[in-house]
Design a protein around this ligand. Structure first.
Ligand code: GLY
Length: 274
């Protein structure tokens, strides 16, 4: 937060795990969720924050990855570190900030980065590729739909992303951060977009939406093999115990928002986690 505050970002608190501005999603899954409307209305950011650039540590619930929980990197509850801009800075600046934070501030080595190879609707992200090359990153990989991010819920901002990977203590690559360039508004869900049932409209401003998983970052910084060996969990535990630890943590955070177990919606997710 201090790194980005010192670079002209306003610190904003985490929003609730229950999104206030988007009835189409059950839980906050990303740092950008509370800012969804600002990508299409930057004047509102000035009015609400006095700034176009903000930074947060956001609590998130992501059950889409629940089957991966217990491996080295996935959780249903995690904290997402992010910097966001609603027309306040360029692609280059966003990539330089991320590079400087990882390489100069944390003294980590970047293993490789990715960029979007394009599709019938969206151009190849040559600009990101060029910027990473100029910065001196050698391993730059072109990837497909995995590196086009969003929208969350029924509609919203979305765009190509560039991901940053670092190695854990076992030499495995861990995606620790992604920078989404919210250049488009999608009038349907991601599922509809994939099926050709939704369309993309170019936004007037370049939106920046970054997401760096605290638990993964700590794994790399503390030179551990997985998130459970960090001081956020602090234990050598079996795979089953990892799943229990994750689900208890997620359930507690959901209960702290006033949700109770039930057979529908959020309550159903909570019941299944328990
Ligand atoms: N920054 C997009 C994400 O939440 O992964």
């Amino acid at each position: 937060l201090k790194f980005f505050e010192n670079r002209g970002h306003k610190i904003i608190p985490s929003s609730s795990l229950i999104p206030e501005n988007d009835p189409s999603v059950l839980f906050t899954t990303a740092g950008m969720q509370q800012f969804k409307n600002y990508y299409t209305d930057s004047k509102k950011a000035i009015k609400d924050f006095g700034d176009l650039n903000v930074t947060t540590v956001q609590k998130c619930i992501r059950t889409g990855d629940i089957d991966e929980v217990g491996d080295n990197t996935h959780l249903t509850f995690f904290e997402m570190l992010g910097n966001f801009s609603f027309g306040g800075y360029s692609r280059r600046k966003a990539i330089e900030y991320a590079h400087d934070f990882i390489v100069k501030e944390l003294c980590l080595e970047i293993s490789y980065v990715t960029f979007f190879k394009g599709n019938e609707n969206v151009q190849k992200d040559e600009e990101s590729e060029k910027i990473w090359k100029e910065i001196g990153i050698e391993d730059i990989r072109e990837e497909g739909e995995d590196v086009f991010w969003g929208p969350t819920g029924d509609s919203g901002p979305c765009g190509p992303t560039t991901e940053i990977y670092c190695k854990n203590s076992d030499g495995q690559d861990v995606e620790i951060w992604n920078i989404v360039f919210n250049e488009y508004f999608c009038n349907g869900s991601r599922e509809k977009l994939n099926k050709g049932e939704a369309t993309l409209k170019k936004l007037d401003i370049l939106g920046i939406d970054t997401g760096m998983g605290l638990e993964r970052l700590v794994t790399v910084v503390q030179k551990k093999k997985n998130i459970y060996e960090t001081d956020l969990f602090n234990n050598e535990i079996t795979k089953d115990e990892r799943i229990v630890a994750d689900h208890i943590k997620a359930a507690l955070f959901i209960i702290s928002e006033g949700v109770t177990p039930s057979n529908t919606g959020r309550g159903y997710v909570l019941r299944r986690l328990i």
